[in-house]
Design a protein around this ligand. Sequence first.
Ligand SMILES: *[C@@H]1O[C@H](CO)[C@@H](O)[C@H](O)[C@H]1NC(C)=O
Length: 227
Amino acid sequence: MGSQRYWSADNVQRYCKSATGRTRRGALLVAGVAAAVVGFVASASHFQRAEMATMIPKTEETEISEKCKKFMSPPCTDVKVLQQKKEGMCTRMEMLIMETQAEFCRALEEVDGGKFKVDKWERKEGGVGISCVVQDGKVFEKAGVNLPVVFGNLTEEAAEQMRSRGKVLKGKDGILPFCAMGVSSVIHPKNPHIPTVHFNYRYFEIEEEDVPGTKQWRYRPDSYLCQ
Ligand SMILES: *[C@@H]1O[C@H](CO)[C@@H](O)[C@H](O)[C@H]1NC(C)=O
């Protein structure tokens, strides 16, 4: 699950440069969310099969509704749907990222004294997200924790791109349903001697036809400090 090989030093340096550029800061938080979806597809050549399933916790139905009350906002997917599909990896991953977002935001609030503004948004093309931002607090100039969840059918173009990297992808009637989600954060402390912190944990899954229930998935964690 190491991430370093997916990021060349050059890439990270370029990211860090734009992350610390003042004019790019606001844009970066928004761009991060949009890029997450593109990134899932673009980087989906390194799939592995589901040994990881055992590492992502399962949640019981009643537990799901209890846990949802503690999130920054109601979850992206309807609670009833999450309960119906509680065994599925997409549900387990959504619960995990929602929990991560809430825990991380609460911890930052404790340090900063400010309150996160929560914005739940919807993309026309499909997908829901929850963005939390705190600004001009005691400690942080700006800190954002973003979480997109997207369900869709892979476009033929994206499927072709993945096939060109050696993936056999065969959907039922040419349809390849996918789910893509993640949680990312960019934190700019006020103190110029403290580095900007960034992390981005993403999950991407495609359902194939050849063996019923066959799924290809990929989890990709990235985190780094920028100076
Ligand atoms: C994917 O395509 C199928 C078949 O056309 C459709 O029923 C389904 O709603 C689509 N899924 C999404 C998430 O758009």
